[in-house]
Ligand binder design. Structure first.
Ligand SMILES: NC(=O)c1ccc[n+]([C@@H]2O[C@H](COP(=O)([O-])OP(=O)(O)OC[C@H]3O[C@@H](n4cnc5c(N)ncnc54)[C@H](O)[C@@H]3O)[C@@H](O)[C@H]2O)c1
Ligand SMILES: N[C@@H](CCC=O)C(=O)O
Length: 527
């Protein structure tokens, strides 16, 4: 593919990457082989990369397999503030040329990376299985989403560069007017650990394809998969300094870069606490700073599924269990609350309990449906919430540590939980489902709305009037009807939440790249 020749018309129509069917023996074998190949690389040290230079540090971050804590996936070199300063310098230098590359050229790097990632799909997924504790399907979905982000944003950058053709300004005689979406500058990209490939790729790709350069500070829990993506971008020939790979402490390097006067924007996805801190620090102007920093902050959720008495209860039970316990509830979209109307409460709770009991907990590489949680801090926090839950509801399933040489917790269900209970209000980010009873669908929806978050929600019903009411009243960025509240697809379900869930950036949607650009109007008087 010639770089400057990429056009929207010349590209195949965007389609979501298909998921792998692991019922097929060849696909299972391919994943087993990929896991073995990743294990053969265990224990390697991954350098920082600043302006293309590899930097090895004495201090490293040990990336542990949360499913078998004796295994070290790798060691990531750990940046200091001095490295952060160098990375900022490298990104500023690279920006001077990268900002002038056309959208077609910038997009071509993403498209090449997508092609290679597709060819090596199971390798990327296997790294996540071993580094983040995803089961095979969850890891495969994460890789597919990463490929989707690359393909989608490549097309979006080209579309945005052709905006005057697709959305012409109002014409007036004697002038030629056009809008150009130009890059912002150097951005700090701070992804979470839980979609360690897809979200890392999506945030980084969107920033650079819009003409910015970035310092990428991956989560300290998943630096190896982030490095795998970074190495892919090097392999496709991305110029040095466009992405600077800089693992390090959030408190040290993260704060330093957030406060830096030459940081133009911060693209963050993670917890409410860290997001609010970044937002506050970024609002303070540093000496020498000549802009208002832009903060894109996608944060947590306390998502839920509302079920009324007309709903298909088997479908609702399946969705509630999948949304609550998929990847051990460690998704911002996790349906950690179910709000069920009185008439069908007992029946539906029975179905939820039965399905939850079927979830076997075990080693991700052996593809158990339920695996470990991320790390000891998360383990302790979740177990504390389970203790709190014992005082706030009826424990129906789980409630204990599960067997295994890792951070395993039994999928846990509490019923008869008050809407104001802590386990109904606070993000637990683990395999804990709280169920509340409502007298009717209107009360159920008002319980759903009664949190500080507003990310995802589902409404289960067969009544069109109620569906219309729920559509209007449920206050969240991603509302689903008669489907689970996890699993947004790029281009299909633009993703982002309201209130304390963040800035509603709508990742994977048509508005996302605008966040990484500024619009410049050029008006020319004609003779
Ligand atoms: N809304 C979304 O789209 C979305 C998607 C995924 C995850 N999340 C949320 O992310 C959270 C889980 O991810 P996590 O545990 O990685 O979150 P986290 O907030 O602990 O960390 C997120 C990132 O911030 C970094 N960080 C920590 N302190 C920092 C600081 N002072 N300055 C700069 N960076 C700092 C971390 O190293 C990590 O890379 C959950 O709350 C989840 O709901 C939200
Ligand atoms: N986009 C993902 C959630 C990302 C947050 O963890 C979903 O829709 O389930």
């Amino acid at each position: 593919m010639t770089l400057s020749k990429v056009t929207l018309e010349g590209l195949p129509v965007y389609r979501n990457e298909p998921f792998t069917d692991f019922a097929i023996a060849d696909n299972r074998k391919a994943m087993v082989d990929a896991i073995a190949a990743v294990k053969a690389e265990f224990g390697r040290t991954y350098p920082l990369t600043i302006g293309g230079n590899k930097v090895y540090t004495a201090e490293t971050i040990r990336s542990v397999n949360p499913g078998n804590v004796d295994e070290t996936v790798g060691y990531a070199c750990k940046a200091s503030k001095a490295h952060a300063e160098e990375a900022m310098g490298a990104a500023l230098t690279a920006f001077e040329t990268w900002k002038r590359a056309g959208a077609a050229e910038r997009s071509s790097y993403l498209l090449r990376a997508a092609k290679l990632m597709r060819e090596r799909k199971h390798g990327f997924s296997a790294t996540m299985i071993l580094e983040s504790g995803k089961n095979w399907v969850e890891a495969d979905v994460d890789t597919a989403e990463a490929i989707d982000f690359l393909e989608f944003y490549a097309r979006e950058a080209i579309r945005l560069s052709e905006t005057n053709e697709h959305r012409p300004l109002v014409a007036i005689p004697g002038e030629a007017n056009r809008v150009e979406y130009i890059p912002l500058g150097v951005g700090i990209v701070i992804p979470p650990w839980n979609f360690p490939l897809a979200i890392c790729v999506g945030m980084t790709a969107a920033a650079i394809v819009s003409g910015n350069t970035v310092v990428l500070k991956p989560s300290s829990l998943t630096p190896v998969i982030a490095h795998r993506f970074f190495a892919l971008m090097e392999e496709v020939g991305l110029p040095a300094g466009v992405i600077n790979y800089l693992p390090g402490s959030g408190a040290e390097v993260g704060d330093y870069l957030t406060k830096h006067p030459q940081t133009r924007f911060i693209s963050f996805t993670g917890s409410k606490e860290v997001g609010l801190r970044i937002n506050r620090l970024a609002a303070e102007t540093s000496d020498g700073q000549i802009w208002i920093k832009r903060v894109i902050a996608e944060m947590g959720g306390k998502d839920g599924i509302v079920v009324d008495e007309t709903a298909d209860l088997d479908a609702a039970a399946a969705a509630i269990v999948a949304s609550a316990f998929g990847f051990q509830g460690q998704k911002c979209s996790a349906g950690s609350r179910a709000i069920i109307v009185d008439d069908v409460y007992e029946e539906l709770v029975g179905k939820i309990v039965a399905r939850t009991r079927e979830l076997e907990v075990g080693l991700p590489e052996l593809d158990f449906p339920s695996g470990p949680v991320s790390d000891p801090l998360a383990f302790d926090k979740i177990m504390e919430y389970i203790d709190i839950g014992r005082g706030e509801g009826n424990l129906l399933v789980g409630g204990h540590k599960a067997e295994g040489n890792g951070y395993y917790i039994q999928p846990t269900v509490f019923s008869e939980v008050s809407p104001k209970a802590r386990i109904m209000q606070e993000e637990i980010f683990g395999p804990v489902l709280a169920i509340s009873r409502a007298k009717d669908y209107k009360e159920a929806i008002s319980i759903y709305n009664d949190t500080e978050f507003g990310l995802t929600g589902s409404y289960y019903s067969q009544d069109e009037g109620r569906i219309a009411y729920a559509t209007q009243e449920m206050h969240c960025g991603n509302l689903y009807v008669n489907r689970k509240c996890t699993g947004a697809l790029v281009g299909v379900h633009p993703f982002g939440g309201f209130n304390m869930s963040g800035t509603d950036s709508k990742a994977g949607g048509y508005d996302y790249l605008l966040l990484f650009t500024q619009a410049k109007l050029v008006s020319r008087k004609l003779k």
